[in-house]
Design a protein around this ligand. Structure first.
Ligand SMILES: *[C@@H]1O[C@H](CO)[C@@H](O)[C@H](O)[C@H]1NC(C)=O
Ligand SMILES: *[C@@H]1O[C@H](CO)[C@@H](O)[C@H](O)[C@H]1NC(C)=O
Ligand SMILES: *[C@@H]1O[C@H](CO)[C@@H](O)[C@H](O)[C@H]1NC(C)=O
Ligand SMILES: *[C@@H]1O[C@H](CO)[C@@H](O)[C@H](O)[C@H]1NC(C)=O
Ligand SMILES: *[C@@H]1O[C@H](CO)[C@@H](O)[C@H](O)[C@H]1NC(C)=O
Ligand SMILES: *[C@@H]1O[C@H](CO)[C@@H](O)[C@H](O)[C@H]1NC(C)=O
Ligand SMILES: *[C@@H]1O[C@H](CO)[C@@H](O)[C@H](O)[C@H]1NC(C)=O
Ligand SMILES: *[C@@H]1O[C@H](CO)[C@@H](O)[C@H](O)[C@H]1NC(C)=O
Length: 792
């Protein structure tokens, strides 16, 4: 039967779509094995421009081909006569003349050997039944660590699994760089160049490696494991969720975690290391720490002085010799990458107090720290001798207590205490005064002036044009973050290092300079955790600019409409974002001192901070452009297809209820991960609103959430969210709830009214003729922002 099957495939010219082979079968060059769910494929390939043939495993659905494992890394075939066989001795790779190029090198003789390509990308060799695993490719990593693979050492078998970069894109042979778990002292992850330690990702602290960029909680790629016991030490990522991710070492010695975006057909980087000069192993020498944000990168630890003032790489030495016993003290350092642990000692069950006592008792102990920072900290790590390779973070890092000799003459008289206090006070006053002067000078230098009519505790700055031009490299196109209805937005970095977003307003608001400043001051008073903070403005001739805080996580559309990134947003995060947006709008509509109607609420106007808190941007634009209160018939229709309420699009009528409509669209987009504008469905011509409405009517609304949210969501919460969304997009403005009701509905279990038909049920009901689209959005082509003057 099997023969007939293979024969048929052969006739059709297809490759063997099996996931395993037995001794009666083999894989020739041109044929492949495909794992059961079609995730991985095994076969022969030539890397880059090379003509040589290698046996490898790659992602079946990823293009261009991304190879995760290579069998004969150093022994390529020179022709296409390659043949993969499984014999009683294991897996063998032969050429046309039966010469062996590679083998699994198993010592046991098998009766019924089977080689199978698993959906995890693991190639396994078993004997008849699946319980007897005899060999697996996961034990012999190349440059890629797949989920489920272990990196590290097994003390029983002596196996030391590590990654090694390819030599070049044309040659998968082991290159210069390799990634290991160093098991000397407290285990740590290290990158070597040849045999030289290049970068230390560091020890595992329960949450991550002490020297890798802080892994944001919002990246649920893996359940990370770091296991230390008498048998083995290893690091592993257990796949979590549908995201396809891999950790690998590239040819220039970077450790990268890449995630596949099937929508954009690219691997994008979740993080990489080393990040900066401070990550170079021991760049500042012994007993020093490296800081990235000051001009002087190296600093001696407290109680230490440079060994050679001209050469930092010689490190620092003690200012005073240790006295041991009670003569020493242990100042605390925070936000540090812990020093090299290769000669440290640890005990996972001690607490910090025991740890401190143990260290102070032993004179050669130079520092101590918790080995685990989870749940308030536990475990004990002790260092002996010089402390190497420390880095100071702005964010993240760990506490470390470092031994120094205390200064002589601890016992002082009351009189001395009095004198000391008096001089300290005087000194403090002097420092405050000088700091104030320096601060004033610095502000002047940066071209900042406090706006004259600034009152109360508000900080709002008028930036001069030169400093903004400098910060954005003269509004260079590579600094452009996007473009909205009111003008382009640029990223900038001020002289002092602060990152800003600069919105260059389109000309023609018809406002005078004083009016504009007044307006900006009003807007800057709007402060809410769900609104982007306005820092100031800049006026140059007839051009005005607004300066905002910069949001690193981009906007909501960047996440919800991308299949891979969408997995970062589980249901809890989505509902948190929906709630935040609602509270932000509520504040604009009625809780602030004035009523602001946003008029252009959409996913790309909701920015996300480091913790994925939503922040509405572009609020207040309506005011700056001369919008009036409550309901008005505007001269200028500003909005985005897909988010505009019927009365606004058709008649230019806007009110708080048109914002409610846009909010409803946003809610349905967040739940479904689909865009309203240009939504398509095989069964009907409706847009997302129409689709949601049909599903609601047919009591199948849960289907809207789709697979994106997998099992992470409680159905009642999802249904309630959809219900509120549908109430907000009802055709008649008076049917839609106001934002205070929306906030209440989202946070309580009260009974909700049945929604009526939504506005703009189908795409065709949009009165397109009345608009002429002007320019497209920056990142997406299926969204069009329109700005047009309507005749009265
Ligand atoms: C490889 O397997 C094929 C059967 O698929 C067999 O004909 C051939 O003799 C085997 N070669 C070796 C060297 O075992
Ligand atoms: C293959 O896919 C099915 C359905 O998606 C899933 O239930 C199964 O666990 C997958 N198998 C493997 C080995 O991943
Ligand atoms: C096969 O294994 C033996 C012993 O484990 C080792 O000496 C030999 O070098 C290995 N051969 C290859 C090709 O890896
Ligand atoms: C390694 O990765 C970094 C970051 O993506 C990239 O800049 C560099 O060019 C890569 N090196 C090679 C040789 O591709
Ligand atoms: C680095 O920058 C952060 C924030 O800008 C600041 O809090 C910290 O003190 C700076 N560190 C040094 C050493 O200048
Ligand atoms: C600095 O010190 C290091 C280590 O002792 C030495 O290799 C290097 O040559 C020195 N550099 C200079 C400029 O003296
Ligand atoms: C680790 O500390 C615990 C608690 O203090 C102690 O019982 C245990 O013996 C220690 N283990 C080692 C190896 O020192
Ligand atoms: C101090 O610690 C070192 C290193 O672990 C050890 O060799 C030495 O015996 C200890 N000394 C005392 C007094 O415990």
């Amino acid at each position: 039967m099997l023969g007939a099957y293979s024969c048929l495939l052969f006739i059709l010219g297809a490759s063997a779509a099996n996931d395993n082979i037995t001794p009666s079968q083999s894989i020739r060059d041109g044929e492949t094995l495909v794992s059961v769910n079609g995730t991985f494929e095994l076969g022969f390939f030539s890397p880059g421009t090379s003509a040589k043939r290698y046996l490898g495993i790659w992602y079946k659905r990823v293009s261009p081909r991304t190879v995760a494992w290579v069998a004969n890394r150093e022994t390529p075939l020179t022709d296409q006569s390659g043949l993969l066989n499984v014999t009683s001795k294991g897996i063998v790779l032969l050429d046309g003349r039966d010469r062996i190029f590679w083998s699994s090198n198993t010592s046991i003789t098998m009766k019924n050997p089977v080689v199978q390509l698993m959906d995890s990308g693991n190639l396994v060799l078993t004997d008849g039944n699946y319980n007897s695993l005899l060999w697996q490719s996961f034990d012999h990593p190349c440059d890629t660590l797949l989920p489920g693979m272990k990196l590290g050492r097994n003390f029983k078998t002596g196996m030391d699994r590590h990654l090694s970069s390819w030599k070049s894109i044309n040659d998968p042979a082991p290159g210069e760089f390799s990634l290991w778990i160093d098991t000397h002292g407290f285990p740590q992850l290290v990158l070597r160049k040849g045999s030289v330690l290049q970068y230390r990702a560091g020890s595992w602290n329960g949450l991550g490696f002490t020297g890798t960029p802080p892994l944001k909680e919002n990246v649920p790629l893996c359940d990370y494991k770091f296991v230390i016991n008498e048998n083995e030490v290893y690091y592993e990522c257990d796949a979590k969720g549908p995201a396809v991710s891999r950790l690998w070492v590239n040819q220039s010695g970077l450790v990268l975690r890449s995630i596949w975006s099937s929508q954009q057909d690219v691997w994008f980087l979740a993080y990489y290391a080393p990040l900066d000069r401070c990550d170079l192993y021991s760049v500042c020498g012994a007993n020093a720490r490296c800081t990235t944000n000051s001009s002087r990168r190296c600093d001696c630890l407290e109680g230490f002085v440079p060994k050679s003032p001209n050469n930092w790489s010689e490190g620092c030495v003690r200012e005073r010799e240790l006295k041991c016993r009670n003569g020493d003290e242990f100042p605390k350092y925070v936000k540090l990458k812990l020093p090299d642990t290769s000669s440290s000692w640890f005990n996972a069950s001690m607490n910090l107090k025991e740890c401190s006592e143990l260290c102070s008792k032993n004179c050669s102990c130079t520092a101590y720290a918790n080995s685990d920072v989870e749940r308030g900290g536990s475990g004990c790590l002790l260092w002996f001798g010089d402390l190497m390779d420390m880095k100071e973070y702005n964010d993240g890092g760990q506490d470390l207590y470092i031994r120094i000799a205390s200064e002589r003459g601890r016992s002082v008289t009351k009189k001395q205490v009095g004198i000391i206090i008096a001089s300290v006070l005087l000194m403090a006053m002097f420092i405050v005064a000088s700091l104030f002067c320096i601060w004033r000078k610095k502000l002047k230098k940066q071209g900042l002036t406090k706006m004259s009519h600034m009152k109360e505790d508000m900080e709002l700055w008028e930036f001069d044009f030169a400093s903004i031009a400098k910060a954005t490299d003269n509004f260079a196109s590579y600094n452009k973050l996007g473009e909205g209805g009111f003008g382009p937005v640029y990223k900038g970095t001020l002289v002092e290092g602060q990152e800003i977003a600069v919105k260059r307003l389109s000309k023609g608001s018809g406002q005078g300079m004083e009016e504009f400043k007044n307006e900006v001051t009003l807007i800057a008073r709007l402060q809410h955790r769900n609104l982007v903070k306005l820092l100031g403005c800049c006026i140059q001739a007839d051009e005005s600019m607004l300066i905002y805080e910069y949001m690193p996580n981009k906007s909501l559309d960047f996440f919800i409409f991308d299949q891979a990134r969408a997995t970062f947003l589980d249901w809890q995060k989505r509902i948190h974002i929906v709630g935040g947006i609602a509270r932000g709008i509520l504040y604009l509509h009625q809780d602030s001192r004035m009523r602001i109607i946003h008029r252009d609420l959409k996913a790309s106007n909701v920015l996300l901070d480091n913790d994925m808190n939503p922040k509405i941007s572009d609020f207040g634009m309506a005011r700056i452009f001369g919008g009036d209160e409550i309901q008005t018939n505007t001269h200028k229709v500003v909005g985005t297809y897909g988010y505009m309420s019927p009365e606004y699009a058709a008649e230019g009528l806007f009110s708080v209820k048109s914002d409610v409509f846009s909010f409803g669209v946003l809610v349905l987009e967040i739940v479904s991960g689909k865009k309203n504008w240009r939504f398509s469905h095989p069964d009907h011509d409706h847009n997302l609103l129409g689709h949601a409405w049909i599903l609601w009517k047919e009591k199948r609304a849960m289907e809207l959430a789709g697979d994106t949210l997998a099992d992470s969501h409680p159905p009642t919460e999802v249904l309630r969210c959809i219900h509120v969304g549908l109430l907000c997009v009802q055709h008649r403005p008076e049917d839609r709830p106001n934002m205070s009701s929306v906030v209440l509905m989202l946070s309580s279990d009260s009974l909700l009214p049945e929604p009526n038909r939504p506005g703009f049920f189908t795409e065709r009901s949009l009165p397109e003729a009345e608009f002429s689209p002007s320019y497209p959005q920056s990142s997406t082509t299926n969204e069009i922002t329109i700005t047009e003057l309507q005749g009265r």
